[in-house]
Design a protein around this ligand. Sequence first.
Ligand code: SAH
Length: 398
Amino acid sequence: MTQTIALQINNQFAGPLKKGYPLISKEAVDVRKLPQEEGALLRITDIHNRFIGTGYYGIQNKGIGWILTPDANEEIDIAFFVKKIKKAIQNREAFFNNGNTTAFRVFNGEGDGIGGLTIDFFDGYYLVSWYSAGIYSFKEAVYEALTETVNYKAVYEKKRFDSKGQYMEQDDFVMGTPGEFPIIVKENGMNYAVNLNDGAMTGIFLDQREVRLTIRERYSQHKSMLNTFSYTGAFSVAAALGGAMKTTSVDVAKRSVAKTIEQFSVNNIDYEAQDIKVMDVFQYFKYAQRHHLKFDLVVLDPPSFARTKQITFSTAKDYPKLLMDAIAITEKNGIIVASTNNASFGMKKFKGFIDLAFKETNTRYKIVEEFGLPKDFRVPREFPEFNYLKVVFIQKLT
Ligand code: SAH
Protein backbone atom coordinates (compact mmCIF):
# COMPACT_ATOMS: atom_id res chain seq x y z
CA MET A 1 0.00 0.00 0.00
CA THR A 2 1.19 3.46 -0.87
CA GLN A 3 1.51 5.61 2.21
CA THR A 4 -0.52 8.84 2.37
CA ILE A 5 0.59 11.83 4.39
CA ALA A 6 -1.05 15.17 5.03
CA LEU A 7 0.77 18.22 3.77
CA GLN A 8 -0.09 21.89 4.17
CA ILE A 9 0.66 24.39 1.45
CA ASN A 10 2.05 27.78 2.46
CA ASN A 11 -0.44 30.56 2.00
CA GLN A 12 0.94 32.33 -1.07
CA PHE A 13 1.16 29.06 -3.04
CA ALA A 14 -2.32 27.77 -2.22
CA GLY A 15 -4.15 30.03 -4.69
CA PRO A 16 -2.64 28.72 -7.94
CA LEU A 17 -2.92 25.09 -6.75
CA LYS A 18 -6.63 25.60 -6.03
CA LYS A 19 -7.01 26.92 -9.59
CA GLY A 20 -5.44 23.77 -10.99
CA TYR A 21 -1.73 24.56 -11.13
CA PRO A 22 -0.36 21.00 -10.81
CA LEU A 23 3.22 21.47 -9.63
CA ILE A 24 4.13 21.55 -5.94
CA SER A 25 7.25 23.64 -5.52
CA LYS A 26 9.75 23.20 -2.73
CA GLU A 27 9.01 26.67 -1.41
CA ALA A 28 5.30 25.83 -1.05
CA VAL A 29 5.80 23.34 1.79
CA ASP A 30 7.64 22.82 5.03
CA VAL A 31 10.29 20.39 3.79
CA ARG A 32 10.68 18.90 7.28
CA LYS A 33 7.15 17.54 6.92
CA LEU A 34 7.90 15.65 3.72
CA PRO A 35 7.74 11.85 3.81
CA GLN A 36 10.88 9.71 3.81
CA GLU A 37 10.17 7.88 0.60
CA GLU A 38 9.38 9.32 -2.79
CA GLY A 39 6.12 7.96 -4.16
CA ALA A 40 4.12 8.63 -1.00
CA LEU A 41 0.71 10.15 -1.70
CA LEU A 42 0.16 13.66 -0.38
CA ARG A 43 -3.16 14.85 0.98
CA ILE A 44 -2.73 18.52 0.28
CA THR A 45 -4.58 21.21 2.20
CA ASP A 46 -4.29 24.93 2.78
CA ILE A 47 -3.29 26.29 6.17
CA HIS A 48 -6.95 26.07 7.30
CA ASN A 49 -6.92 22.35 6.45
CA ARG A 50 -9.24 22.84 3.51
CA PHE A 51 -8.62 20.10 0.96
CA ILE A 52 -6.85 21.13 -2.28
CA GLY A 53 -5.94 17.85 -3.91
CA THR A 54 -4.21 14.50 -3.78
CA GLY A 55 -0.70 14.41 -5.18
CA TYR A 56 2.48 12.42 -4.97
CA TYR A 57 5.93 13.13 -3.63
CA GLY A 58 8.62 12.97 -6.33
CA ILE A 59 11.65 15.20 -6.68
CA GLN A 60 12.34 16.79 -10.04
CA ASN A 61 14.29 19.94 -10.77
CA LYS A 62 10.93 21.66 -11.22
CA GLY A 63 9.46 20.80 -7.83
CA ILE A 64 8.80 18.15 -5.20
CA GLY A 65 5.66 16.60 -6.59
CA TRP A 66 2.51 16.90 -8.64
CA ILE A 67 -1.20 17.11 -7.87
CA LEU A 68 -3.07 14.22 -9.47
CA THR A 69 -6.68 15.00 -8.59
CA PRO A 70 -8.71 17.75 -6.91
CA ASP A 71 -11.33 15.16 -5.94
CA ALA A 72 -10.91 14.06 -2.30
CA ASN A 73 -12.66 10.77 -3.02
CA GLU A 74 -10.65 9.71 -6.06
CA GLU A 75 -8.26 6.83 -5.40
CA ILE A 76 -4.88 6.70 -7.12
CA ASP A 77 -5.11 3.14 -8.40
CA ILE A 78 -5.04 1.22 -11.68
CA ALA A 79 -8.47 2.60 -12.62
CA PHE A 80 -7.10 6.14 -12.20
CA PHE A 81 -4.22 5.46 -14.58
CA VAL A 82 -6.52 3.70 -17.07
CA LYS A 83 -8.80 6.73 -17.09
CA LYS A 84 -5.94 9.16 -17.71
CA ILE A 85 -4.29 7.07 -20.44
CA LYS A 86 -7.60 6.43 -22.22
CA LYS A 87 -8.39 10.12 -22.25
CA ALA A 88 -4.93 10.93 -23.58
CA ILE A 89 -5.31 8.40 -26.37
CA GLN A 90 -8.72 9.76 -27.31
CA ASN A 91 -7.15 13.18 -27.64
CA ARG A 92 -4.60 11.80 -30.14
CA GLU A 93 -7.03 9.92 -32.35
CA ALA A 94 -6.04 12.01 -35.37
CA PHE A 95 -2.42 11.01 -34.83
CA PHE A 96 -3.22 7.30 -34.57
CA ASN A 97 -5.20 7.54 -37.83
CA ASN A 98 -2.47 9.30 -39.81
CA GLY A 99 -0.29 6.87 -41.77
CA ASN A 100 2.17 9.61 -42.77
CA THR A 101 3.27 10.11 -39.17
CA THR A 102 3.90 7.04 -37.01
CA ALA A 103 5.75 8.64 -34.10
CA PHE A 104 4.22 11.07 -31.62
CA ARG A 105 3.64 11.71 -27.93
CA VAL A 106 0.71 9.83 -26.43
CA PHE A 107 0.93 11.14 -22.88
CA ASN A 108 2.55 14.42 -21.91
CA GLY A 109 2.95 14.58 -18.13
CA GLU A 110 1.06 17.40 -16.44
CA GLY A 111 -0.73 18.23 -19.72
CA ASP A 112 -2.47 14.85 -19.47
CA GLY A 113 -2.91 14.96 -15.72
CA ILE A 114 0.16 13.12 -14.38
CA GLY A 115 3.29 15.22 -13.99
CA GLY A 116 6.57 13.33 -14.27
CA LEU A 117 5.33 10.71 -16.75
CA THR A 118 5.48 10.78 -20.54
CA ILE A 119 4.66 8.09 -23.10
CA ASP A 120 5.75 8.22 -26.74
CA PHE A 121 4.51 6.06 -29.62
CA PHE A 122 6.92 4.76 -32.25
CA ASP A 123 5.08 2.65 -34.80
CA GLY A 124 3.54 0.25 -32.30
CA TYR A 125 6.31 0.51 -29.71
CA TYR A 126 5.68 2.56 -26.58
CA LEU A 127 8.40 4.42 -24.72
CA VAL A 128 7.61 5.41 -21.13
CA SER A 129 9.80 8.07 -19.49
CA TRP A 130 9.90 8.41 -15.71
CA TYR A 131 11.09 11.74 -14.35
CA SER A 132 11.37 10.92 -10.64
CA ALA A 133 11.76 7.99 -8.27
CA GLY A 134 8.35 9.04 -6.94
CA ILE A 135 6.41 8.48 -10.13
CA TYR A 136 8.50 5.37 -10.86
CA SER A 137 7.10 3.78 -7.70
CA PHE A 138 3.73 3.62 -9.52
CA LYS A 139 5.20 1.69 -12.41
CA GLU A 140 3.30 -1.55 -11.88
CA ALA A 141 -0.06 0.21 -11.90
CA VAL A 142 0.90 2.29 -14.93
CA TYR A 143 2.09 -0.74 -16.91
CA GLU A 144 -1.04 -2.64 -16.02
CA ALA A 145 -3.13 0.34 -17.12
CA LEU A 146 -1.18 0.61 -20.37
CA THR A 147 -1.70 -3.09 -21.07
CA GLU A 148 -5.44 -2.64 -20.51
CA THR A 149 -5.60 0.34 -22.81
CA VAL A 150 -3.40 -0.20 -25.87
CA ASN A 151 -2.09 -2.94 -28.15
CA TYR A 152 1.66 -2.68 -28.12
CA LYS A 153 4.39 -4.53 -29.92
CA ALA A 154 6.59 -3.82 -26.92
CA VAL A 155 7.06 -1.29 -24.12
CA TYR A 156 10.40 0.33 -23.34
CA GLU A 157 11.26 2.77 -20.57
CA LYS A 158 13.75 5.50 -19.68
CA LYS A 159 14.46 6.50 -16.12
CA ARG A 160 15.21 10.19 -16.42
CA PHE A 161 16.18 10.71 -12.80
CA ASP A 162 19.27 10.00 -10.71
CA SER A 163 19.17 7.00 -8.46
CA LYS A 164 21.25 8.11 -5.49
CA GLY A 165 23.32 10.33 -7.71
CA GLN A 166 24.54 7.43 -9.84
CA TYR A 167 23.57 6.68 -13.37
CA MET A 168 22.51 3.06 -13.28
CA GLU A 169 23.03 0.85 -16.27
CA GLN A 170 19.51 -0.02 -17.19
CA ASP A 171 17.71 -2.45 -19.40
CA ASP A 172 15.12 -0.37 -21.20
CA PHE A 173 12.93 -3.30 -22.28
CA VAL A 174 9.79 -3.74 -20.16
CA MET A 175 7.33 -6.11 -21.85
CA GLY A 176 6.01 -7.40 -25.17
CA THR A 177 8.08 -8.78 -28.03
CA PRO A 178 11.47 -7.06 -28.16
CA GLY A 179 12.00 -4.97 -31.30
CA GLU A 180 14.91 -5.08 -33.70
CA PHE A 181 16.45 -1.66 -33.68
CA PRO A 182 16.68 0.66 -35.39
CA ILE A 183 13.03 0.70 -36.38
CA ILE A 184 12.00 3.18 -39.07
CA VAL A 185 9.20 5.58 -38.19
CA LYS A 186 7.50 8.05 -40.50
CA GLU A 187 7.03 11.73 -39.91
CA ASN A 188 5.06 13.65 -42.53
CA GLY A 189 6.31 11.11 -45.03
CA MET A 190 9.98 11.35 -43.99
CA ASN A 191 11.75 8.34 -42.52
CA TYR A 192 13.61 8.37 -39.24
CA ALA A 193 15.62 5.57 -37.66
CA VAL A 194 14.82 5.17 -33.98
CA ASN A 195 16.47 3.20 -31.17
CA LEU A 196 14.60 2.59 -27.94
CA ASN A 197 17.33 0.65 -26.16
CA ASP A 198 20.46 2.68 -26.80
CA GLY A 199 20.95 5.33 -24.12
CA ALA A 200 18.85 8.31 -23.10
CA MET A 201 18.00 9.61 -26.58
CA THR A 202 16.09 7.81 -29.35
CA GLY A 203 17.41 9.45 -32.52
CA ILE A 204 14.60 11.94 -32.96
CA PHE A 205 13.06 14.69 -30.85
CA LEU A 206 9.36 14.43 -31.55
CA ASP A 207 8.52 17.94 -30.35
CA GLN A 208 10.25 19.46 -33.42
CA ARG A 209 7.92 17.79 -35.94
CA GLU A 210 6.28 21.01 -37.18
CA VAL A 211 9.63 22.75 -37.39
CA ARG A 212 11.08 19.96 -39.57
CA LEU A 213 8.05 20.10 -41.84
CA THR A 214 8.25 23.89 -42.14
CA ILE A 215 11.97 23.73 -42.97
CA ARG A 216 11.29 21.13 -45.63
CA GLU A 217 8.27 22.81 -47.20
CA ARG A 218 9.19 26.49 -47.14
CA TYR A 219 12.82 27.22 -46.34
CA SER A 220 15.06 24.68 -48.08
CA GLN A 221 14.65 24.68 -51.83
CA HIS A 222 17.98 25.60 -53.52
CA LYS A 223 19.39 26.71 -50.15
CA SER A 224 22.66 25.98 -48.39
CA MET A 225 21.94 24.82 -44.86
CA LEU A 226 24.00 24.69 -41.67
CA ASN A 227 22.64 22.50 -38.87
CA THR A 228 24.42 23.11 -35.57
CA PHE A 229 24.15 20.73 -32.56
CA SER A 230 22.86 18.39 -35.23
CA TYR A 231 22.77 15.08 -33.25
CA THR A 232 21.37 12.57 -35.82
CA GLY A 233 20.83 15.29 -38.42
CA ALA A 234 17.03 15.21 -38.32
CA PHE A 235 16.78 18.86 -39.48
CA SER A 236 19.35 18.20 -42.23
CA VAL A 237 17.23 15.33 -43.55
CA ALA A 238 14.20 17.62 -43.71
CA ALA A 239 16.20 20.29 -45.56
CA ALA A 240 17.69 17.79 -48.02
CA LEU A 241 14.23 16.40 -48.77
CA GLY A 242 13.00 19.96 -49.23
CA GLY A 243 15.51 20.48 -52.03
CA ALA A 244 18.47 22.07 -50.23
CA MET A 245 21.58 22.41 -52.39
CA LYS A 246 23.67 21.04 -49.58
CA THR A 247 23.47 20.53 -45.83
CA THR A 248 26.27 20.76 -43.27
CA SER A 249 25.68 19.04 -39.93
CA VAL A 250 27.94 19.88 -36.98
CA ASP A 251 28.01 18.02 -33.68
CA VAL A 252 30.81 17.46 -31.19
CA ALA A 253 29.81 13.84 -30.49
CA LYS A 254 31.60 11.24 -32.61
CA ARG A 255 28.54 9.01 -32.69
CA SER A 256 26.67 11.69 -34.63
CA VAL A 257 28.43 10.79 -37.91
CA ALA A 258 27.14 7.22 -38.15
CA LYS A 259 23.73 8.31 -36.87
CA THR A 260 23.46 11.09 -39.45
CA ILE A 261 24.57 8.82 -42.30
CA GLU A 262 21.87 6.41 -41.16
CA GLN A 263 19.13 9.09 -41.21
CA PHE A 264 20.15 10.22 -44.71
CA SER A 265 20.34 6.64 -45.93
CA VAL A 266 16.88 5.59 -44.77
CA ASN A 267 15.59 8.51 -46.87
CA ASN A 268 17.63 7.55 -49.94
CA ILE A 269 19.68 10.72 -49.71
CA ASP A 270 23.28 10.43 -50.87
CA TYR A 271 25.10 11.27 -47.64
CA GLU A 272 28.38 11.74 -49.49
CA ALA A 273 26.91 14.84 -51.10
CA GLN A 274 26.34 16.28 -47.60
CA ASP A 275 28.86 17.52 -45.02
CA ILE A 276 28.90 15.87 -41.61
CA LYS A 277 31.40 17.33 -39.17
CA VAL A 278 32.47 16.25 -35.71
CA MET A 279 33.38 19.58 -34.21
CA ASP A 280 32.61 21.98 -31.43
CA VAL A 281 30.04 24.38 -32.89
CA PHE A 282 31.95 27.41 -31.61
CA GLN A 283 35.12 26.18 -33.33
CA TYR A 284 33.08 25.64 -36.49
CA PHE A 285 31.87 29.26 -36.45
CA LYS A 286 35.52 30.41 -36.40
CA TYR A 287 36.41 27.98 -39.16
CA ALA A 288 33.51 29.20 -41.31
CA GLN A 289 34.49 32.83 -40.83
CA ARG A 290 38.14 32.09 -41.74
CA HIS A 291 36.99 30.33 -44.92
CA HIS A 292 34.34 32.96 -45.75
CA LEU A 293 31.57 30.38 -45.69
CA LYS A 294 28.01 31.69 -45.58
CA PHE A 295 24.69 29.87 -45.42
CA ASP A 296 21.10 30.63 -46.48
CA LEU A 297 19.62 28.65 -43.60
CA VAL A 298 21.21 28.16 -40.17
CA VAL A 299 19.59 26.00 -37.48
CA LEU A 300 20.55 26.54 -33.83
CA ASP A 301 19.20 23.89 -31.48
CA PRO A 302 21.61 23.60 -28.56
CA PRO A 303 21.05 21.57 -25.40
CA SER A 304 20.09 23.74 -22.41
CA PHE A 305 23.52 23.11 -20.91
CA ALA A 306 26.62 21.76 -22.57
CA ARG A 307 30.18 21.32 -21.49
CA THR A 308 33.03 20.39 -23.79
CA LYS A 309 36.77 20.53 -23.09
CA GLN A 310 36.90 24.13 -24.26
CA ILE A 311 33.62 25.69 -23.21
CA THR A 312 30.61 25.65 -20.93
CA PHE A 313 27.45 26.79 -22.64
CA SER A 314 24.13 27.64 -21.04
CA THR A 315 21.21 28.78 -23.19
CA ALA A 316 19.88 31.02 -20.42
CA LYS A 317 23.17 32.98 -20.47
CA ASP A 318 24.91 32.46 -23.79
CA TYR A 319 22.17 32.38 -26.43
CA PRO A 320 22.83 35.98 -27.61
CA LYS A 321 26.47 35.07 -28.24
CA LEU A 322 25.44 31.96 -30.18
CA LEU A 323 23.11 34.08 -32.32
CA MET A 324 25.83 36.65 -32.98
CA ASP A 325 28.11 33.90 -34.26
CA ALA A 326 25.31 32.62 -36.48
CA ILE A 327 24.43 36.08 -37.83
CA ALA A 328 28.02 36.50 -39.01
CA ILE A 329 27.80 33.50 -41.34
CA THR A 330 24.20 33.90 -42.55
CA GLU A 331 23.60 35.35 -46.02
CA LYS A 332 21.60 38.55 -46.42
CA ASN A 333 17.89 37.60 -46.47
CA GLY A 334 18.90 34.23 -45.04
CA ILE A 335 17.02 32.50 -42.24
CA ILE A 336 18.18 31.59 -38.75
CA VAL A 337 16.08 29.01 -36.93
CA ALA A 338 16.67 29.71 -33.24
CA SER A 339 15.40 26.98 -30.94
CA THR A 340 15.57 26.28 -27.22
CA ASN A 341 13.86 23.83 -24.90
CA ASN A 342 15.04 25.56 -21.75
CA ALA A 343 11.99 25.72 -19.48
CA SER A 344 13.52 28.32 -17.16
CA PHE A 345 12.66 31.26 -19.45
CA GLY A 346 9.79 32.11 -21.76
CA MET A 347 9.29 33.41 -25.29
CA LYS A 348 9.52 37.04 -24.21
CA LYS A 349 13.00 36.63 -22.78
CA PHE A 350 14.03 34.54 -25.78
CA LYS A 351 12.95 37.31 -28.16
CA GLY A 352 14.94 39.70 -25.98
CA PHE A 353 18.05 37.54 -26.67
CA ILE A 354 17.31 37.70 -30.39
CA ASP A 355 16.89 41.46 -30.34
CA LEU A 356 20.07 41.91 -28.35
CA ALA A 357 22.14 39.80 -30.74
CA PHE A 358 20.95 41.67 -33.81
CA LYS A 359 21.45 45.07 -32.15
CA GLU A 360 24.98 44.12 -31.11
CA THR A 361 25.81 43.15 -34.68
CA ASN A 362 24.11 46.21 -36.20
CA THR A 363 21.87 43.97 -38.26
CA ARG A 364 18.17 44.29 -38.99
CA TYR A 365 15.88 41.32 -38.81
CA LYS A 366 12.31 40.15 -39.12
CA ILE A 367 10.63 37.27 -37.28
CA VAL A 368 8.84 35.12 -39.87
CA GLU A 369 7.68 32.01 -37.93
CA GLU A 370 7.16 31.01 -34.31
CA PHE A 371 6.59 27.59 -32.81
CA GLY A 372 5.92 26.11 -29.39
CA LEU A 373 5.06 22.51 -28.61
CA PRO A 374 2.89 20.62 -31.10
CA LYS A 375 -0.62 19.41 -30.17
CA ASP A 376 0.43 15.95 -29.01
CA PHE A 377 2.68 17.60 -26.40
CA ARG A 378 -0.33 18.84 -24.46
CA VAL A 379 0.12 21.49 -21.78
CA PRO A 380 -2.38 22.41 -19.05
CA ARG A 381 -4.64 24.93 -20.77
CA GLU A 382 -4.49 27.65 -18.13
CA PHE A 383 -0.74 27.33 -17.57
CA PRO A 384 1.16 27.95 -20.80
CA GLU A 385 4.41 28.18 -18.83
CA PHE A 386 4.64 24.38 -19.20
CA ASN A 387 5.09 24.91 -22.96
CA TYR A 388 8.89 24.85 -22.82
CA LEU A 389 9.70 24.80 -26.55
CA LYS A 390 10.49 28.07 -28.29
CA VAL A 391 11.46 28.12 -31.97
CA VAL A 392 11.75 31.35 -33.91
CA PHE A 393 12.55 31.67 -37.63
CA ILE A 394 14.38 34.96 -38.12
CA GLN A 395 15.19 36.58 -41.45
CA LYS A 396 18.41 38.56 -41.55
CA LEU A 397 17.56 41.70 -43.52
CA THR A 398 20.82 43.59 -43.85
N1 SAH B 1 19.13 19.49 -32.98
C1 SAH B 1 19.10 18.08 -32.69
C2 SAH B 1 19.13 17.76 -31.23
C3 SAH B 1 20.29 18.34 -30.49
S1 SAH B 1 20.68 17.42 -29.08
C4 SAH B 1 17.86 17.42 -33.33
O1 SAH B 1 16.95 18.12 -33.77
O2 SAH B 1 17.83 16.21 -33.40
C5 SAH B 1 22.11 18.27 -28.59
C6 SAH B 1 23.36 17.90 -29.36
O3 SAH B 1 24.33 18.91 -29.13
C7 SAH B 1 24.01 16.60 -28.91
O4 SAH B 1 24.09 15.72 -30.00
C8 SAH B 1 25.40 17.01 -28.43
O5 SAH B 1 26.42 16.10 -28.81
C9 SAH B 1 25.59 18.31 -29.15
N2 SAH B 1 26.53 19.28 -28.55
C10 SAH B 1 26.60 19.69 -27.27
N3 SAH B 1 27.55 20.65 -27.14
C11 SAH B 1 28.07 20.86 -28.37
C12 SAH B 1 29.07 21.74 -28.88
N4 SAH B 1 29.72 22.60 -28.09
N5 SAH B 1 29.37 21.68 -30.20
C13 SAH B 1 28.70 20.81 -31.01
N6 SAH B 1 27.74 19.97 -30.58
C14 SAH B 1 27.43 19.99 -29.27
